[in-house]
Write a protein that binds this ligand. Sequence first.
Ligand SMILES: [Zn+2]
Length: 203
Amino acid sequence: MVERIQGGGILSKSGNYKIDATSGLVGGAEQRPSPNCDERPAGIAPSLVVLHGISLPPGEFGGPHIEQLFANQLDWDSHPYFGEIRGLKVSSHLLIRRDGALLQFVPLHLRAWHAGLSRFRERAQCNDFSLGIELEGVDDAPYEDCQYATLIDVLRSLFGHYRGINPRHVVGHCDIAPGRKTDPGTAFDWLRLYDGLGATSGN
Ligand SMILES: [Zn+2]
């Protein structure tokens, strides 16, 4: 399991994204509601953040296909790869595009369908208790500076909003579905993330 956490960082600055507790919406995020979500099990609040990498078609950035996939509006016949995932119904709470833009597909209190068969420590079915954040990217090419900036900012907001979530509860899809998933990949710089989260200590 993941043991990449730096010790000692105190997050005293909350993020700039305001989270509405009633609607589960993140202020400042572009809203793209996805039907691929449902209620979490009764009494379960998010206590884990799962980071993903995604690009559609794989390796191509900037197109409309991720949003179309999450909206069940992807034309499966428009690219050979899309035929391989035909009928897939998935979503995430948030997506950070290559230019750092933040999009929201599912209200935070609802269950998005991003983790699949998964386990965090002894707890299975991570969708039940997690928030999914997709980064537009591939496993083996660097993510953009502005993507880290947005990610750090929105994570700070999440840490401020959910008492059960802190940097120890941010994992990769690869960590909760080892052998099945590799994203966000070796290109994702975890130390940079943790440095960024800790850099504002005391501010
Ligand atoms: Zn993933």
